[in-house]
Design a protein. Structure first.
Length: 318
């Protein structure tokens, strides 16, 4: 019998990639806001009870980091309450819950990669709500895998890479912060790593151990680290060289030429945002490698792959 998989957030950066990749593991029901509003707990409960899935993957979230500062209650409903309800229902139907969290649960004061056991101390509303979501899942005692990722970019959606490409058609000079360090991660790499983890967990030859023992938090980011400034420089370098142009690129630039000539490093102090961001956001992926034998490529390799992959964009039609 085919494994039943519920996927929340099918139109998100990671969800869009998962919609396709998870099909290798079973029969996927991809859902988004039009199918179910995750701010309504009773609807989540009803849906999970009637679907009785084997696996629930939650790629939906309130991801507007600055918006959460003035709308923490909506962010909390989506990032904390909804995953908590999913976890309770997952436990009652015996499903595994996969959920994503963030580097923003940390305060960024460390200067070596954060491990899963490090003390969380979020500095903004988004981070607080995501941490509350992690805790609600853990407290439910459902089988779960929480993957903390960071600095996600994709060919569609709202992300730094697409913003840089758009700005590059509008401005000769860009000023980009240099004092925030992290690991830019392609959404596809996260979706692939998630699918690989699940394939191992569900494999009849599963040598990773029982789910009850595997449950917990795992960091899942690109290897290596950089600043937003260096990331922007490599994006522009790739964009300026790249031929032929794929449809996603034409859509990101509106088909206009890139006119940026200079990228100037700046500081977070010179570029204030409503939400405070951690200065240092690098996560250690050692646990993911140790338990599942999975390591994501380094951030430069992922960026090259995203630009160079001609395999076509993931269909937005689902
Ligand atoms: N983006 C990052 O840099 C980043 C960094 C660290 C961790 N993460 C985590 O990774 C996960 C995926 O992030 P992402 O960047 O792929 O997210 P995303 O592109 O912002 O997508 C979020 C999805 O959630 C859906 N959604 C929002 N409100 C909803 C509601 N009320 N009911 C149902 N669906 C709703 C959105 O639907 P609509 O399209 O209708 O709005 C969208 O499909 C999240 O848990 C996020 O916290 C992301």
């Amino acid at each position: 019998m085919s494994r039943k998989i519920l996927l929340f957030g099918k139109h998100g950066q990671i969800g869009r990639e998962l919609t396709h990749l998870l099909r290798t593991l079973g029969s996927v029901t991809p859902l988004d806001r039009e199918d179910l509003d995750l701010c309504v707990p009773d609807d989540i409960r009803q849906l999970i009870r009637s679907a009785a899935p084997d696996l629930i993957v939650n790629a939906a979230a309130y991801t507007a980091v600055d918006g959460a500062e003035t709308d923490e209650s909506t962010a909390f409903a989506l990032n904390a309450q909804a995953p908590g309800v999913m976890a309770e229902e997952a436990k009652s139907v015996g499903a595994l819950l996969v959920h994503y969290s963030t580097d923003y649960v940390f305060d960024g004061t460390k200067n070596s990669p954060y491990v899963e056991e490090d003390q969380a101390n979020p500095q903004n509303a988004y981070g607080r709500t995501k941490l509350a979501g992690e805790r609600a899942i853990i407290e439910s005692r459902a089988s779960h895998l929480i993957f903390r990722t960071e600095w996600i970019y994709a060919r569609e959606g709202k992300n730094f890479l697409l913003t840089i490409l758009r700005l590059a058609t509008e401005r000769e000079e860009l000023r980009i912060v240099q004092d925030q360090i992290g690991s830019p991660t392609w959404s596809r790499a996260v979706a692939e790593a998630t699918t690989e983890v699940l394939a191992r967990v569900f494999s009849p030859a599963n040598d990773t151990g029982p789910l009850s023992e595997l449950s917990g938090i795992y960091h899942m980011t690109a290897a290596g680290q950089t600043s937003w400034y260096e990331f922007a420089r490599l994006i522009l370098d790739k964009a300026m060289r790249r031929t032929p142009r794929a449809p996603w690129f034409a859509s990101a630039t509106g088909g206009k030429p890139l006119i940026t000539r200079r990228v100037i490093p700046t500081t977070s102090a010179e570029y204030p945002t409503p939400a405070r961001r951690p200065a240092y956001s690098v996560l250690s992926n050692a646990r993911l490698a140790r338990v599942f034998g999975i390591q994501l490529p380094d951030w430069q390799t992922q960026l090259h792959s995203m630009f160079d992959d001609q395999g076509g964009d993931v269909s937005p039609s689902e």
